[in-house]
Design a protein around this ligand. Structure first.
Ligand SMILES: [Zn+2]
Length: 281
């Protein structure tokens, strides 16, 4: 996965003609689409990438955890940075002076009015903030990593960011509710820990819908979600080629169903053991 070399959406020149020609065999034996989407040819999403990186009024800065530098087929960040002209990806654990020239400038020129927003659950609702505060700041900061990593990065960066940026969220976040899986949403690449946790690509898409001026946000969101759906489509087929939606049922629910079905006379121990392992559709 990329780092700062992917800043500004570079690295996708002549994608159409280069994709097939440059696809070569990786050490592991898989053909890779190196000059296109960078994914294995079998799950190439070049057809869904914007023809050119999309220019936005908003500058997007993504701090991604160093551990995420290893190639991660489920990361949406490489394709996000290729899709947006003004998306800057920074490897690191926290933002501070020196992380990025734009943030340095915003920090040094901080006023009472926030000049950036950073996305993290529990912040002010972005849509409400947009309604109440007038024109939104034109810088968006996002943390990319596992839930735990993102939480640590946000906490570590807060002292720097809070001088000029306001914490916002996309709404729908609920730490008390389990998040959806790939089989329950066309936009989810992996099981999310909580309701409202979304991939970096979905988070940026939804934020830009609100932040981009002149109604252009819906168009940008549409392009990014099209790409995300293509990734999720491959992922869902790869994970579960035959069985559709599956859900691990809670023991209580299963017992309730068994009671309703009059199956309570079965040996308790055996039934419980089976229930704990039961995967129901
Ligand atoms: Zn490709």
């Amino acid at each position: 996965m990329g780092g700062s070399d992917e800043v500004d959406g570079g690295g996708r020149n002549d994608a159409e003609e280069g994709a097939a020609a440059a696809a070569r065999v990786e050490e592991g034996g898989r053909e890779m689409c190196w000059d296109g989407c960078g994914r294995p040819v079998s799950v190439c999403v070049c057809a869904h990438l914007p023809a050119q990186p999309i220019p936005t009024s908003t500058t997007i800065i993504v701090l991604h955890h160093p551990h995420a530098l290893r190639r991660n087929p489920l990361s949406t960040l490489p394709l996000l940075s290729r899709s947006l002209l003004r998306c800057h990806t920074l490897p690191g654990r926290r933002l501070r002076l020196g992380s990025h020239f734009l943030l340095d400038s915003l920090y040094r020129n901080a006023t009472d009015r926030p000049s950036a927003v950073f996305l993290f659950p529990g912040g002010r609702d972005l849509s409400l903030f947009a309604t109440e505060s007038g024109p939104l700041p034109s810088a968006l900061v996002v943390f990319d990593g596992t839930w735990r990593q993102a939480k640590e990065m946000a906490a570590a960066s807060a002292p720097f960011l809070e001088r000029f940026a306001v914490r916002v969220s996309l709404g729908g976040y609920d730490p008390g509710v389990e998040g959806p899986s790939t089989f329950e949403s066309e936009l989810v690449l992996r099981k999310e820990p909580f309701q409202g946790c979304v991939s970096t690509m979905e988070a940026v898409a939804r934020a830009l819908r609100v932040m981009e001026p002149s109604g252009k946000g819906a168009e940008v969101e549409g392009a990014l979600l099209l790409l995300l759906r293509a990734m999720v489509g491959f992922q869902a087929r790869h994970l579960h080629p035959t069985k559709p939606r599956t859900k691990l049922k809670k023991k209580k629910e299963i017992m309730a169903e068994m009671v309703a079905a009059g199956k309570t006379n079965e040996k308790k121990g055996a039934a419980e053991e089976q229930n704990l392992q039961l995967l129901c559709s």
